[in-house]
Design a protein around this ligand. Structure first.
Ligand code: ADP
Ligand code: ZN
Length: 438
């Protein structure tokens, strides 16, 4: 019979077993990092500790954090713990918030990543009989190849379509009988709208049943939209280049958070301001330690992603902790005319308008003394046919809603479908052009 687990022993291990396994690996990795990288040797010495001071899981708090800038400062290979000859594949982040960050993998790192992606896909019901339409970008970005490797391990048929050429994507999905869709949530919405315009009814004309959406923050409102429009069950999947790429955590069919694969990652939540470790259940910045990586191992890596961790066993029987949806990055709060604004607040407003596609961009400028706050939003194919008068009414309604929530009155710019730029399929939500000015 088909098991619901990819690896039952690991996925349902008791918390005690998991912690024991983690402690063993943590001790080994602390020593490994100290012995093999000048970077960690210096960090340990400046904190006055040595690897033998790590005797319990809590002792991890003695180790200083690693931050994104450490990776950038040591670009591209300064933090490698192996010889460059042992690196068999390299990826790089899309650089949403700055210069790219390099991910370098040994053969074993590749095997672990593939195993975790297979486990993640399997957890959501992807099987050998499925046909996976992979619209994540193939290339340096970890999304495309990460999903590819995972599906390959399960034996699922992969359609490596990558990003772009939306009409062709729909045709391929139809003709090749895709059952699983993998892409960014913003592209899923875009695809759904394009289908409606082409007169393709996903429920009748397609065989899609499962969707894997990640690489950027999305909300329950977006999930509802995607599920309704495409007639599928949508799963959230999380990862980042620094840790391996996608496959760090994934939702199970209970949809109550994303299981973090704790046999490979040790998770902590901290107060982003003070760095204090927070108890489970409290919202904070996620900090990961890689327990199995060899090429570019990281101890206490600050992701800047904000979430809440729950440690009780899930109804699905898996014991691995769950992280709730990412609500934002600790560095994404905008200060506009002195007012604190989060892009997620703007998204919430936009998702309340069926006339709008789920694509938006916040543009901040300061031509003179005052901040100019513009929100660009994409119309759907249908509403882009509206009269100027109808569009003006729509603009006023959006502006009013934003004002109710933030107290600020933005300029609303309505753009044609597809008018908001995207990189590696990820929507770029904020364009802050104010830097360098007082
Ligand atoms: P970049 O930092 O350039 O975006 P990555 O491609 O490595 O580089 O993206 C990792 C980041 O993408 C994560 O730190 C997180 O902010 C975001 N991300 C990935 N998956 C999700 C998800 N499911 N929900 C919210 N954010 C996500
Ligand atoms: Zn579960």
């Amino acid at each position: 019979m088909d098991s619901m687990y990819w690896n039952k022993k690991i996925e349902t291990a008791t918390r005690d077993e998991l912690r024991k396994h983690q402690l063993q690996l943590l001790k080994e990795k602390a020593k490994y990092c100290y012995d093999n990288t000048a970077f960690y040797r210096t960090k340990f010495k400046s904190a006055g500790i040595s690897p033998s001071d790590i005797k319990t899981l809590e002792d991890i708090q003695k180790i200083p954090f690693t931050v994104k800038n450490d990776l950038r400062d040591n670009y591209p290979f300064g933090m490698l713990a192996v010889n460059l000859e042992d690196i068999v594949e390299i990826h790089a982040s899309s650089g949403t918030t700055g210069n790219p960050v390099v991910g370098a993998y040994t053969t074993n790192d590749m095997n672990v990543w593939q195993e975790l992606m297979a486990r993640s896909l399997y957890t959501t019901g992807v099987r050998r009989q499925d046909v996976m339409h992979n619209a994540y970008g193939y290339g340096l970005f970890t999304g495309g190849l990460g999903f590819h490797y995972g599906a390959q391990k399960i034996g699922t048929r992969i359609i490596p379509v990558s990003g772009g050429m939306t009409q062709r994507q729909i045709k391929i999905m139809k003709d090749l009988g895709s059952t699983v869709l993998c892409c960014t949530p913003s592209y899923a919405i875009y695809l759904a709208e394009a289908m409606a315009n082409e007169g393709v009814d996903p429920r009748k004309d397609l065989k899609l049943k499962i969707g894997h959406f990640g690489a950027e923050p999305w909300s329950e409102r977006i999930r509802e939209r995607i599920e309704n429009k495409l007639g599928i069950e949508a799963f959230d999947i999380y990862g980042l280049t620094e840790l391996c790429g996608p496959g760090v955590s994934v939702e199970c069919n209970k949809h109550n958070g994303l299981h973090i694969w704790e046999d490979n990652f040790l998770i902590e939540t901290i107060d982003p301001k003070t760095g204090d470790v927070l108890p489970a259940g409290e919202e904070g910045e996620l900090v990961f330690t890689t327990l199995t990586k060899a090429g570019l191992p990281l101890l206490r890596f600050r992701t800047r992603d904000i979430s809440v961790i729950e440690t009780e066993e899930c109804e699905c029987g898996r014991t691995h902790s769950r992280m709730m949806r990412i609500t934002g990055r600790s560095d994404d709060m905008l200060i506009i005319r002195g007012v604190n604004v989060f892009p997620s607040q703007i998204e919430y407003v936009i998702m309340g308008f069926p006339e709008l596609a789920a694509q938006y961009q916040i543009v901040l400028e300061r031509p003179e003394a005052l901040d100019v706050f513009t929100i660009k939003v994409e119309l759907t194919e249908k509403t882009s046919q509206s009269t100027q008068e109808e569009l003006n009414v729509l603009k006023r309604r959006i502006r009013q809603k934003v004002q109710n929530i933030t107290g600020l009155s933005p300029i609303i710019e309505l753009v044609k479908p597809g008018g908001i730029p995207r990189s590696a399929g990820k929507a770029k939500r904020v364009m802050d052009l104010r830097s360098g000015k007082i």
